[in-house]
Design a protein around this ligand. Sequence first.
Ligand SMILES: [Zn+2]
Length: 87
Amino acid sequence: MSLKARPKVTRGHGLPCSVATAAALLTADDRATLAAWLDAPLGHPERRTDWQIASDLTAETGSRVSEQQTGKHRRQTCRCYQGVPKS
Ligand SMILES: [Zn+2]
């Protein structure tokens, strides 16, 4: 197949990123914990780094989550939030 013959693929808007995909595999309890970690502001005792959340999510779900993606999801700049007005 030539490059020209390849179909154009557009990245889905509003589709869950790897963080949301991994979160879907968690129990409701764990999802609440994850939400608390993501929402905790800098300096808050519940706050965990993007790296630690990514590493814990990957270990817990077996679904590969990167530090960068976790940061994007936390800042709501990942594809979960594209086209969705910021709250
Ligand atoms: Zn996301």
